[in-house]
Write a protein that binds this ligand. Structure first.
Ligand SMILES: *Cc1c(COP(=O)(O)O)cnc(C)c1O
Length: 478
């Protein structure tokens, strides 16, 4: 066995079962890196996501507890972005930690290509039980983008194999300003230009419905009304009858677009149109799933069951990378046949169904069931609403939006006219950074400051978060 050295650093054993004589280079003692080394190596070696590395200032988070994160200097911060929208029950939840350790004591990974393991099977079963009705089949992958890719490819292949086949159904309808992840298929149906425009030549073009939640960022044109948006969708599905495989959308709220909330009835309307035109509906609940909007899944708020439900982020309560694409028996049946019939879904990810992730996901569903997580949300959502209303009165806060336990605050140059700041000034980024010394880690989307704490956050912690964000906004807009 190896041992934990000073500062909890793992010292590898001199010899293990698999390498009785380790090469000298491996067993030569490495000096303990100091904090300065780590900060320098972070700048020199780690290419951070969505980050301009030339301007990156390292901050190392060493540990977490509940809604708090602690940096390498021991300073603490409320985790105001739920560690990128995925933490649910807090960091170091004893039941999640125990589930992870227990599974690690059995096996960490086995493949799900033609094999299975008890934990993953049980997790699939529990997901089916809590999912909206009709979603009986679970395809596991590793992250949200992969869950979307699986749904798009399944929808496409479904129409080639359904009886009678409809191979002309190759197109997807997506919502303007949608975000479905960063892989090529996902950006094909995505619409946040600042992320995707660069790669447009590599992607397929989705048919696009303006979002009734978002003003057009390019033209500033206000969002269409609910009837206008649904009419456009109806028109597109009529004009492209027989060509559309599926409609894909984020239900209730488009997070990455800037926390843009749809008018009530949009989801229901899209479901009804998809049904009427005979196309499949893919719901991306990667961000909305697992309580964020106040219910376990957002789609149940409008009584909607999709043909595909894509889950990730909160699926393992934010502990481990895992995603799932749930679908119906109707879709599943179109893929059945002998090997020779070539109806198999030839698609998969190496770590799909990983048992460590499944064990934590299972324990997370237990916590939802046993610890009244959803029942505890309304007062927290209400407290967030009070803070958002107060922050909305700041001189440089324009529009504010909230859905459940997530809110977005637009920073504007001129409150009266809503005129934005020049984007190059990065006021949103500056506000987030300026909130750090006040003890909060938040992320922005452009000049929209986002509050998306773990569901477990207490009212006092919400007050702390709001105060830090207020200080950050004041500093960035002074
Ligand atoms: C984060 C996100 C994705 C992509 O998930 P990854 O795990 O980052 O690939 C897809 N859709 C929505 C709505 C998301 O918020």
């Amino acid at each position: 066995m190896g041992e934990l050295g000073a500062r909890g650093r793992y010292t590898p054993p001199m010899a293990t079962l698999h390498s009785p004589v380790p090469p000298a280079a491996v067993c030569a003692p490495t000096p303990q890196p100091g904090l300065d080394d780590l900060l320098r190596w972070d700048r020199e070696h780690v290419w951070h996501a969505f980050t301009q590395m030339q301007e990156y200032e390292p901050l190392l988070i060493e540990r977490g507890a509940g809604a708090w994160l602690f940096d390498s200097a021991g300073r603490r911060y409320v985790d105001g972005s739920a560690s990128m929208w995925c933490n649910v029950h807090g960091h170091r939840h004893p039941r999640l930690d125990a589930a992870l350790a227990e599974q690690a004591g059995k096996v960490a990974h086995t493949t799900n290509l033609g094999l299975s393991n008890p934990t993953t099977v049980e997790f699939a079963r529990r997901l089916v039980e809590v999912a909206p009705p009709g979603l009986d089949r679970v395809f596991f992958s590793g992250d949200g983008s992969s869950a979307i890719e699986a749904a798009l490819k399944m929808a496409f292949q479904y129409w080639r194999q359904v009886a009678p086949p409809q191979p002309a159904r190759t197109r997807f309808v997506a919502i303007a300003e949608a975000y479905h992840g960063d892989t090529l298929g996902a950006i094909g149906v995505g619409g946040v230009d600042r992320f995707t425009a660069m790669f447009a030549p590599l992607t397929f073009a989705a048919l696009r419905v303006p979002s009734p939640g978002c003003p057009c960022p390019a033209t500033g044109r206000p969002a269409p009304t609910l009837p206008e948006a649904l009419e456009t969708l109806d028109r597109i599905l009529t004009a492209h009858a027989g060509e559309v495989a599926a409609v894909i959308m984020e239900p209730l709220v488009q997070m990455a677009a800037g926390i843009h909330v749809h008018p009530p009835g949009f989801l229901r309307g899209v479901r009804d149109l998809a049904t009427r035109h005979g196309v499949l509906l893919v719901l991306d609940e990667v961000a909305t799933g697992f309580g964020r909007t106040g219910t376990l899944f957002a789609c149940t708020q409008e009584g909607v069951s999709p043909d595909f439900l894509c889950l990730a982020k909160g699926l393992t309560a934010g502990y481990l990378p895992m995603a799932a694409t749930l679908t119906t028996t109707t879709v599943w049946n179109a893929f059945l046949g002998t090997h020779a019939q070539r109806r198999t879904f030839f698609h998969g990810h190496t770590f799909g169904g990983n048992p460590l992730a499944a064990a934590v996901g299972l324990a997370s569903l237990d916590i939802f069931r046993d610890e009244g997580v959803l029942a505890a949300l309304p007062p927290r959502i209400e407290r967030l609403r009070e803070h958002v209303a107060r922050l909305a009165r700041l001189d440089h806060v324009g529009a504010v939006r909230q859905c459940g336990l997530v809110a977005g605050l637009d920073l504007v140059a001129d409150k009266a006219t809503g005129m934005p700041y020049p984007w190059q000034e990065q006021r949103g980024t500056r506000a987030s950074l300026a909130a750090r010394p006040h003890g909060a880690l938040v992320r922005q989307l452009g000049d929209t400051v986002v509050l998306m704490p773990p569901l477990c956050i207490t009212l006092d912690e919400l007050d702390h978060l709001a105060a830090a964000v207020e200080a950050g906004i004041r500093a960035a807009t002074a």
